[in-house]
Design a protein around this ligand. Sequence first.
Ligand code: MLT
Length: 304
Amino acid sequence: MFKIQTLNKIDPEGLKLFPLSNYEIASEIPNADAVILRSFKMHDMELPSSLKAIARAGAGVNNIPIEKCTEKGVVVFNTPGANANGVKELVIAGMLLASRDIVESVTWAKTLIGKGDEVPALIEQGKKNFAGQEIKGKTLAVIGLGAIGVLVANAASALRMNVVGYDPYMSVKHALKLSREVTWMEGVQPLLAQADYVTINIPLTPETKGYINKEKFRMMKDGVRILNFARGGLVDTESLREAIASGKVARYITDFPDEEMLKMDNVISIPHLGASTKESETNCAIMAVEQVQDFLENGNIKNS
Ligand code: MLT
């Protein structure tokens, strides 16, 4: 009997793949063989000596103590690509939010409740404050060519944006095999210098912490709009605050707000919803469960 501990709610479509004749699944279970989680932070958790595998139903693994797992021989799986479409769709939505004052105008419209017959006239007056810009013809810089970056690049291209791309860890030659819709660049400077929008789609690691910093902001055009649906720590908060205050950044849309972000002007804070769709949750759960099962039963390791 294998024991599986779920540290977050995992989609039942995935969990039901474990045959109950061989598996016991619970959120609290002693001597687990494997853990499946989503965003639970495991860093302070004691790893039971029985533990053989951890599977993250998601792409990022920064909530898992990788070094400790390596020392103890615990295999860590993730589910790259399984939620990429969900995240891509929210990045595109974020780009539109950043262009059309949707959040501000909807909030303003609610203030008209109680104005009765005056509402249409007040709308005609007030809408002048919310003129936006179209994304067609604008330049989107995609930083990071993982599953999400490539999908975002292709979708933006279909919306008639000029898409330029760069990956700190991938050659242009390799990148061209992933998408031909994009003008790939060797360096980040020429990419940022021409971008109207920047989307960051790289993992958060000790090397990429604060990747978007003062130096990178200096490379950007005034009035740039930045989308961060990857991890909050990729953007240095102090540098961002200065860049917003100076008008360098017109809008920052983040799927990882902290209290500082919630307080800042010109920041649109989304509460980590990129992968929160039924489809993404199901895909991630299925991929995580299949990997754990294949490992525990056959010793196979994929996506570790
Ligand atoms: C990811 O790393 O893929 C996302 O953070 C997944 C999630 O929202 O759980």
